[in-house]
Write a protein that binds this ligand. Structure first.
Ligand code: ASP
Length: 305
């Protein structure tokens, strides 16, 4: 028995602006990542391997705001954040503000497995990456025309952006349960378009955007990072299950549909518990998402049914 859920961000385009072809492209991107992660689980590998693989596929897809398709900072750079957590050992690894790493989730995992630290940032994280044999990509690797247009719209003060519709589109994440009952969570992002001052969001913060604990569940979040940090979203969901006796669905709904809206926190989460129950909930217009349990067909969706 295994389960995998992935997301490609909660800040989707309004339904009216999403053309049929674009929707097909997003669905194909989600499908490819889901299939890649499921293949890992079917082969008997760990939930950590599965979430890493699914997130790598999403990072390599320019449609999503992570890896190749990362959004631009106010100054026209790309600063990437990622985190991963192992629910069995509660070990975790995270990187933030990296600029030359093609797959930040792999670096986060290397921090977890091959350093004495949990979180590394900026130049130091890249120095560590070099010491572990990572190849650097040139910064131009992350320069995609669509993201550049989004930055220009932000810089021009386009009023429609105040609703955060495109400023934080497309963060990616995965949660999984493997055949041995181990949970894992992973999240990767370019953050918010036009961010300044080396801003870091919730995605690489253990307990905010990413958390996994075999005693409760694994969570990956997407949305307005500042609020998700303040609400300690991922850890809060785990705690409601572990100490409050909530089901996964109840814990997720309370946080996403009650706690976050009270703080004007736009976004959603994907989560899976130790019984393989999967929950994908959001309070925004949509959330790119997909899931599959070993015994069932894949589910892929963007908006509400
Ligand atoms: N949560 C991410 C951040 O604030 C953005 C997103 O999920 O779209 O950096």
């Amino acid at each position: 028995m295994f389960g995998l859920a992935i997301h490609g961000g909660a800040g989707t385009l309004p339904r009216a602006e999403m053309g049929a072809e674009m929707e097909l492209n997003y669905r194909a991107g989600l499908r490819a990542a889901l299939d890649a992660g499921c293949a890992v689980l079917q082969a008997g590998a760990s939930s950590l391997d599965a979430v890493t693989r699914a997130v790598v596929v999403l990072e390599d897809n320019p449609l999503f705001n992570a890896g190749r398709g990362a959004v631009f900072t106010h100054d026209g750079h790309n600063e990437l954040d990622a985190a991963i957590m192992d629910g069995k050992t509660l070990k975790a690894g995270a990187v933030c503000g990296v600029t030359h790493i093609r797959n930040p989730i792999e670096l986060a995992r290397t921090v977890m497995e091959h350093s004495e630290y949990v979180m590394l940032s900026g130049a130091g994280a890249e120095e560590f990456a070099l010491s572990r044999g990572f190849a650097f990509v040139p910064t131009s690797y992350f320069h995609t025309p669509e993201r550049w247009r989004q930055l220009e719209r932000i810089r021009s003060g386009d009023a429609r952006l105040s609703a955060l519709t495109i400023s934080h589109v497309g963060t990616v994440g995965a949660v999984a349960l493997d055949g041995e009952g181990r949970l894992a969570a992973a999240t990767s992002t370019g953050g918010m378009t036009g961010k300044r001052y080396n801003r870091i969001g919730d995605s690489p913060i253990i307990g905010a955007g990413t958390y996994a604990d075999d005693r409760s569940c694994a969570v990956s979040a997407t949305g307005h990072g500042e609020v998700f940090i303040r609400a300690a979203v991922a850890h809060d969901i785990c705690s409601r299950m572990r100490f409050g006796g909530r089901t996964l669905a109840a814990a997720v709904r309370e946080v996403v549909l009650e706690e976050l809206p009270a703080l004007q926190g736009d976004g959603g989460v994907i989560a899976i518990d130790r019984s393989g129950e999967i929950c994908m909930e959001f309070n925004s217009e949509g959330m790119f998402r997909a899931s599959r349990k070993s015994s069932e067909d894949a589910r892929i969706a963007i908006y509400r049914p």
